[in-house]
Design a protein. Structure first.
Lengths: 350, 529
């Protein structure tokens, strides 16, 4: 039952918090004064109390006064507001630069510069479906939990570049006092410097389609030592997960991996049972594209379908795309027995 | 049908001499009162449809988790609720008031373009059918929010095209209505009624009509660009083709911000008629009201990007739009002060129209103040696209425009029907609306401050309590509106006979004709001293 902005954990956040409080108080005082006068009138100048109407209907002095005085009040408000916004937009000299990419419906993070450079992962909602469908008790962080958090060190200036893959999203973490639209085809930036460690949660703020409410942002602020350890671990994981592009896989090797990718990227629309939600989101079970030539399906995954919600998935690795295609061609009633190899995807890209 | 010179007998109703009766009377009518009534009934019907959609939204948000609709339907509901309420309910309601009352207030026999008036109205039902019917087509209705931001709008199915077409039709209708209003006010005033003697309602509509003519074509252009991006291979809003998604937002809000005042300014006009009548004292600062309204209208063109503080515009742009936006507080403040000064030392009574006007004044000002908070760029970056914004614009649109429309409806019902409405039910309607409105929307400020984004079908547990309160309030508010329907139906059927001037403090030419106003009035213009 919070009545005010979330407790800020950045210097800028404190400024915004105080500015909002100041504005609310000033507005509140004026509101009480104006409607104090009105309610005085309502109770005293009523006909039932025998009050006779006066006849005045203008007063140049009063009218000039109540035009000029608000101007000065506004000027007084504009000063702190201007200072805050100038500080907010100063993204120069960051310690770490991270690109946040909005996808329908998850976030991708690429550590571009500073400690942790080269780390890259996607961040999906981790709340299980049964909780959303009221079949299981909801956890404390219901809808505000992800599989991979954005990890940043405390006390460092972190610059976030925002962009998007499909439609406009917005990267919003209230405790950091940060909200920046993520616009496909353009890069915008914002920044924060967390003053304390902890986990801070936010959400996509710009309507981005069906699962707009299901793409949270979780930022984990850690000490510098913890951050160093995390980057080491993450880099090692990434190296281990790197795939040999020329390896030839079997269905048994690729399909389980494809199933995981399908659950994280495709099931929101096409559904875990492959039946989709026609007509907006077509079924893959028995689909002509899935059962047809491989090239057709590869093309759809790499380039999306213009004019539909089907986005391009070309940002995924060759092996991941090969795995998910192999999975769809060998699941439900689809029994092609075919394997799409990472090398096929690589060829299609060229 | 020309007025017959010398036919000064107002009470003589000769409509049925040369008019078809039954349904065809309404289809072919060119009478401003008939058309006004049709606008008002249409807008009330749309208000119910949009209201039911709002209740679907609030039912889904009653508790965390998905219960009532799936997320895609939820987005369709928010989109259609917005489009229908703005274009189908509030705008036609005030055009209805304009049709009924402007000729009566300026002593004209009818609107300037009587046939075009008929056409302006009859364009509305097809648009309404397109919007509501789009729920049934494959892929469902547009689900991009009423602002229709691309590239999301490019992904939608045929429901989106239907919405675009509906917006085109509604735009044509409002432009024709506005041309009619401007011409009527400028050319058909009774002898002696100078512009500065017009009732303030006429002034507010004159200014609003210019706003409509200026910005509706801009909206039509924006949605047409979406249409060609969708189907004809253009890329106005697609970066891959050299376009820019943000361009749409600039064009849309260049329409969208004046649109806010297209809705609010006629509401100011109604309240400026009602408050003096029940204060038994002339409107304070008539001239400054006219100037303040004009200033608001002009300023409304230069503040549009305060809806877009988070798109990443240069900081100089953010500062400019912040200062310009704050400036609007000055003329708005002047209006509020004038209304309070009108009541000051009056002889006040509190019939339903006055109650709704005071409710308007109190809650609209609250919405104005939350607008001032939002004008601060740094604060807005926190609150943009949160429930704080939802609360803010419902204070302006519902407690502002809707309450004022109710004030006007109760004020003029005796003139329209010839009967007094049921005062007890009217007051019940007001108090229920006031309580449930605040229950629904006041708590949404807290939700937004705490970080709940708008347009989500499901939310984390910290937001549960206030959402529950808001949903209960919404259902209470929705049901309370049926009281109004009962009042109107009772008033149409019978009730105490209304005199020509049922309100002792009311002023204006509309009170010089009998109640109900006969089919033809002012066939010979009155002379205003």
């Amino acid at each position: 039952m919070r009545l005010n902005l979330q407790e800020p954990i950045t210097e800028l956040g404190h400024k915004v918090y105080d500015l909002h409080l100041l504005m609310t108080i000033v507005c509140g005082v004026i509101f009480v004064a104006v409607f104090g006068v009105m309610f005085w009138s309502v109770f005293v100048h009523r006909k039932s109390a025998g009050h006779k109407a006066a006849t005045f209907h203008e007063s140049t002095t009063v009218e000039i006064l109540w035009t000029i005085v608000p101007v000065f009040i506004l000027l007084g408000m504009a000063w702190p507001a201007t200072k805050t916004i100038l500080a907010m937009r100063d993204t120069s000299n960051p310690d770490i630069t991270i690109k946040a990419t909005g996808y329908q419906w998850k976030w991708g993070y690429d550590y571009l510069k500073g400690a942790g450079e080269g780390i890259s992962f996607t961040s999906n909602l981790s709340t299980p479906q049964p909780q959303i469908r009221n079949e299981a008790a909801k956890g404390t962080d219901y809808l505000l939990e992800v599989d991979n958090e954005l990890v940043v060190p405390v006390g460092k200036k972190v610059r976030i570049l925002t962009t998007a893959n499909d439609v406009i999203h917005a990267w919003w973490v209230p405790a950091l006092a940060v909200k920046q639209d993520a616009i496909p085809g353009f890069i915008r930036d914002t920044w924060f410097r967390a003053e304390k460690t902890g986990t801070f949660r936010g959400q996509c703020a710009e309507l981005c389609g069906k699962d707009h409410g299901y793409m949270p942002i979780v930022v984990k602020v850690v000490t510098e030592e913890e951050y160093a350890a995390w980057t080491e671990k993450k880099k090692a994981e990434q190296a281990a997960a790197a795939d040999d592009p020329n390896k030839m896989y079997t269905v048994e090797e690729l399909a389980p991996r494809g199933e995981k990718i399908f659950a994280a990227n495709c099931a929101a629309c096409h559904q875990a049972n492959g039946q989709g939600l026609p007509p907006a989101f077509p079924a893959l079970d028995g689909s002509k594209v899935v059962l047809g030539p491989q090239d057709g399906q590869i093309d759809v995954l790499l380039h999306g379908r213009q004019g539909t919600a089907m986005a391009s998935f070309k940002h995924m690795s060759d092996t991941d795309i090969a795995a998910v295609i192999t999975y769809t061609r060998n699941s439900w009633s689809n029994k092609t027995g075919e394997v799409v190899q990472p090398s096929d995807i690589k060829m299609a890209r060229e | 049908m020309a007025a017959i010179p010398g036919g000064a007998d107002h009470s003589h109703d000769h409509s049925h001499d040369h008019h078809p009766s039954g349904l065809m009377r309404w289809v072919t009518t060119t009478n401003h009162k008939d058309i006004g009534s049709m606008y008002l009934w249409f807008s009330f019907a749309m208000f119910i449809v949009g209201g039911i959609m709002a209740l679907v939204i609030r039912a889904e948000l009653f508790q965390p988790g998905l219960q009532v609709v799936d997320p895609d339907r939820f987005n369709q509901m928010t989109t259609l609720h917005g489009l229908i309420m703005v274009f189908g309910a509030i705008m036609p309601a005030f055009v209805g008031f304009a049709n009924w009352m402007l000729p009566l207030m300026i002593g004209a026999s009818d609107m300037a373009f009587a046939r075009m008036n008929n056409w302006s109205f009859w364009l509305l039902p097809p648009a309404a059918i397109l919007l509501t019917g789009s729920l049934l087509v494959p892929g469902g209705a547009a689900a991009s929010g009423w602002t229709l931001y691309p590239p999301l709008t490019v992904q939608m199915g045929i429901g989106m095209d239907m919405a675009i077409f509906a917006v085109h039709i509604l735009g044509i209708s409002s432009i024709m209505g506005s041309i009619n209003i401007v011409t009527t006010i400028l050319n058909m005033r009774a002898p002696g009624m100078t512009l500065m003697k017009m009732p303030l309602f006429c002034w507010t509509w004159l200014i609003t009509a210019y706003l409509v003519i200026a910005v509706m074509p801009v909206l039509a252009g924006a949605v047409t660009m979406i249409l060609t991006d969708r189907h004809f291979g253009t890329s106005f809003f697609n970066a891959a083709g050299g376009g820019d998604p943000v361009l749409y937002q600039h064009i849309f809000w260049f329409f969208g911000h004046p649109e806010v005042y297209i809705i609010a300014i006629p509401a100011f006009g109604v309240v400026s008629q009602v408050i003096p009548a029940f204060s038994r004292k002339p409107l304070f600062g008539y001239a400054s009201m006219v100037y303040a309204t004009s200033s608001i209208a002009i300023l409304s063109f230069i503040v549009w990007a305060h809806h877009m503080y988070t798109v990443g515009m240069p900081v100089a742009g953010q500062l400019y739009f912040m200062f310009a936006t704050m400036l609007i507080a000055v003329p708005t403040g002047v209006k509020v002060f004038n209304w309070v000064a009108t009541m000051w030392r009056g002889s006040l009574t509190f019939e339903t129209p006055m109650l709704f006007s005071i409710g308007f004044l109190f809650l609209f000002t609250l919405g104005g103040f939350s607008g001032l908070v939002l004008s601060m760029t740094a604060v807005d970056v926190q609150l943009h696209d949160s429930y704080y914004v939802v609360a803010h614009f419902h204070y302006v649109m519902v407690a502002g425009a809707l309450f004022s429309a109710y004030a006007g409806a109760y004020y003029w019902l005796p003139k329209w029907t010839g009967h007094m409405y049921d005062e007890k039910l009217g007051k019940l309607h007001f108090w229920l609306s006031l309580i449930f409105f605040n229950m629904t929307f006041f708590v949404q400020h807290f939700l937004g401050l705490a970080g709940m984004p708008r347009r989500i079908p499901d939310y984390s547990l910290q937001f549960a309590e206030f959402n529950k309160i808001s949903s209960i309030g919404a259902f209470g508010f929705g049901l309370s509106q049926l009281v109004f329907l009962v009042v109107v139906l009772k008033c149409l059927k019978g009730g105490e006979k209304a005199s020509a001037k049922p309100w002792d403090g009311a002023e204006g030419l509309e009170w010089t004709v009998p109640s109900p106003a006969p089919h033809h009035t002012f066939e010979v213009p009155p002379v205003v001293k």
